[in-house]
Design a binder for this molecule. Sequence first.
Ligand code: ADP
Length: 342
Amino acid sequence: MALVALRNVRKAYPSPDRNGDPIVAVDDVSLDVEPGDVYGIIGYSGAGKSTLVRLVNALEPATSGSIRVDGREITTLPERELRTMRLGIGMIFQQFNLFNSKTVRANIAYPLTVAGTPKSEIATRVDELLDFVGLADKARSHPDQLSGGQKQRVGIARALATSPRLLLADEATSALDPETTHEVLELLKRVNRELGITIIVITHEMDVIQSIATKVAVMDGGRVIENGDVFEVFSNPQNPSSQRFVATVVKGIPSPAELAVLRERHEGRIVTISFRDGDVSQASVFVELANAGLEFELVYGGVNDIQGRAFGHLTLAVRGPDAAIDAALAIIGARVDVTEAA
Ligand code: ADP
């Protein structure tokens, strides 16, 4: 059974000017998050990602649709039961949201104190959590004495305090530098693998998806426009909108502005070839072009690695008679994805 099951979920906010149309932040979303998933939610700013996560946490009510968490319909639960339900969901934030006036220990203890856990149990649990996130020596520090990465580790420890089954991470590494991001992502991996906690991550960063997500949903205009296995969605997006979004985050796809520069700099036809692990080799493409007597040079490219599987894009400037180029591209296009800049 899915840990989180959304069916036709919609969230509309009243229009800022009273007579206008409502703002539909989440529009007819259906999604299943299975136990053990690290589910990435990606998309441009304003796509509805944060709203979706607030609905799962019941921080806001959905306008319509069904949201089941651990088999329970949460859209109809009274507030008192929602509070109990929320203990089973941890949340971490971009800005950490720690209490600066409290010590690290007190920050981590906070959800347990609110839940009325006996003091002796709290002390043991907080020690365990401090060890798990590697901050035992910082128990008495205050958040403003910690680095960004350490603050987020406190955030993670606090989110885990009540032993949730589900962790929601809203742009949790977006305020961190690449090295610290890596450290926090490694910790989130351990949360998933060692503690078996299901994670939903909202992010606009490819690194996050690449290193920890097992599944991904692309949102646009409140809708989930594509979802599934991370490698499939990133290496071969089907929806034109998700193709546009993926092109902005994966390596090797020239933007329209970059294409314009390439066209100016290089003679010939500008052709982008997309490769995926297990597809035909790049060499066979070069052999095909050479056999057709065409001249070509590599002008742009990049290779992405998603959990050990590679895919990439190579852009070539190809020169020769048009008919010969057309014939060679037709042969290559039958095996790999070929797009020619208009
Ligand atoms: P994302 O997280 O993908 O950037 P959000 O979920 O924050 O997107 O926002 C989706 C849309 O809903 C945006 O148009 C945003 O302006 C609108 N929105 C979000 N929260 C509110 C709110 N509390 N009141 C009115 N509109 C909102």
